[in-house]
Design a binder for this molecule. Sequence first.
Ligand code: NAD
Length: 716
Amino acid sequence: MAAWTLLTTSEGVATLQFDSADEKINKLTPKNMTELAACIAEIRNNADIRVLLIKSGKPNMFIAGADIAEIRNITSAAQGEQKARDGQHVFASLEALQIPTIAVIDGPALGGGLELALACRYRLVSDNTKTQLGLPEVSLGILPGFGGTQRLPRLVGVSASLDLILTGKMIDGRKAEMIGLADACYSSAFLNEKADLIAKDVAAGHPFVNRKLQGKCLETLSEKTPMGRFILFKLAKKQLMAKTKGRYPAPLLALDVVRDTYRQTAHDGYLVEAEAFGQLVITPEAKTLIQLFYTREDLKKYPGPAPKKAEKPIQSTAVVGAGLMGGGISWLLAHTGYTVRMKDISWEAILKGYESVKNIQKKLISRQKVTTHEADMATIRISGILDYSGFAKTDLVIEAIVENMALKKSVFSELETVVSPTALLATNTSSLSITEMASDLKHPERFAGFHFFSPVHQMPLVEVIRGEKTSDHTVARLVELAIKLKKTPIVVKDGPGFLVNRILIPYVNEAVRLLAEGVPLPKIDALMEDFGMPLGPLSLADEVGLDIGYKVAKILEEGFGDRMQVSGLFEYLHQYPAMLGKKTRKGFYLYEDKKKRPNPDLAGTIQSYQAESGLKPATILDEDIVARMVLLMVNEAARCLEEGTVEKPAYLDMAMLMGTGFPVYRGGVCRYADAIGIDVVVETLHRYSDIYGARFEPARLLLEMNREYTPFYDYT
Ligand code: NAD
């Protein structure tokens, strides 16, 4: 079936409607582009058409972009360049039509979708929350290749265009009108009628002029002069380097393309753009980012049997424990539209819960992520209580009380007596066994772990932890809920540390061992930040709290024995209750006046520890410092896969990117191991296990992979 339909009226108005058959979204495939080219030729040859509207046949959708499968399959720079040239030709023929063309945008207009709209003379957009305009190509490691780097800067000026092209940021209809990307923004309910009226008016010979901009490009004063532009591009590069440390080639090359072509002829500009697209599309960074895109899409599908359609949806929720996590979870549920009973054991604690909610809202209001009205409406949905009144009506309870098995078990026993038989029960525990927590429950099948990361409003990951008796149905409903909460759920098997903490703790533990062996603290953190981690391991330990880190490390030690033995220095430091990290302003670092510096007392402590344990300071090469920390993560990741803690390497990698900030351009722990070679990983682990002991013994899965020459991912 054809995706494009051309309808004409007697008044000279033609509507070209796009509806990708059998697809939920509109995307530009080569077939759709060929059809579009044919429609444009037909329009060009029809003298009766005096104005063209381009609309989508799908509600809440314009065009979501080019087909990413096509981009993924490109194997050479020349092929990539040619694909870009093909797309550019189609849009150039649209732009070259002698009649006015109007894109009518009520939903996402992204990537190739926005580039098509840019080739039209006018763009009318809606104020629909689904309307998002942007060029997200850099997030896939490429740049806009269908004319976006040429038309956008000429339309909205260099500054505003770089803000979109270099970040992949999406903006709504109102903002698009404000920066001159859209000619007008209307209420979604009237957009089509407005567009039809404007089209008739334009067909009658009255050009449409934007009410606010009067057709002017929003070029800033400085952009108008060569010197001004020189400074602007230099500044943009400096900011980009500070943000990306040069690890992502796409935004850097996109910046060069805009800089080098801004005042050139469009023809030359398109050639440069297509060549750059070809260069980028085959880079390892693009391959990694495209694969991550697919993993994210995959994770949006429910595992196991999806909840039955007829089932009562989750509406009313409860959170037990209004502390740091309980407050954050209550905010998230209320913000998404659920009513929340927030229970704690004292009014002071409830008040703290409300304060956490208010603090999150304040931040989001200041960043214009929510309006004051939306924040107020969310707060109204939360009711603080000290008993279980109203719990009989809740569809879901999330427990977030202190990390204590006996207390949690007694809370769930109480909960079973007050909630309805269909309510789901979940715990936010970061380390305790889900199976054990459910052991006294009459209905353990409706119980699971639902592990948010801190801070809840920022961290995108939720581990959905399946206990031995958790039903598929419970897992599927929690996955569905996590997606509604706009989090990425990863389903994991119960076990010490679940997934992320199990892989992260050995890394932090090794950092403390290196410190004990005499490696300077700033060096350890700096090397891992150079590797791409957002924070070095010792800074991270301070952020989380040394007491909390120690507690989880101990649970891992109990669960896995010698391999996870807590480092001697960590045990030693545990004696100092005032040294808990950032919360006591003293940990591995000292926190004074918003600045941090290495804790000067630490040197003496390390010396005493070395003297007591007989450990001699050693000289360790930088590459070994990094490899010791990172390869322990790789080794544990392999064990998690071996034991079925998580379904596949791609999910594990996504969990590490989202839960720990593992560098995106490296694609995750497993993808990193593939990049350096499984043989190198195994050989290095063997070498370290000879020197440092059993914790480095390679996992069985790694040995097998090495024997069979198979990486974690299938690259065919
Ligand atoms: P917190 O100490 O800030 O809050 C715990 C709250 O539970 C307190 O307000 C306390 O009064 C309340 N409480 C204690 N017993 C209760 C009971 N019987 N009924 C109702 N409320 C009770 O703790 P937190 O940091 O919010 O952690 C809560 C849970 O989340 C823990 O299981 C923790 O392991 C987990 N978690 C914490 C983090 C983190 O970074 N803090 C991250 C992920 C998961």
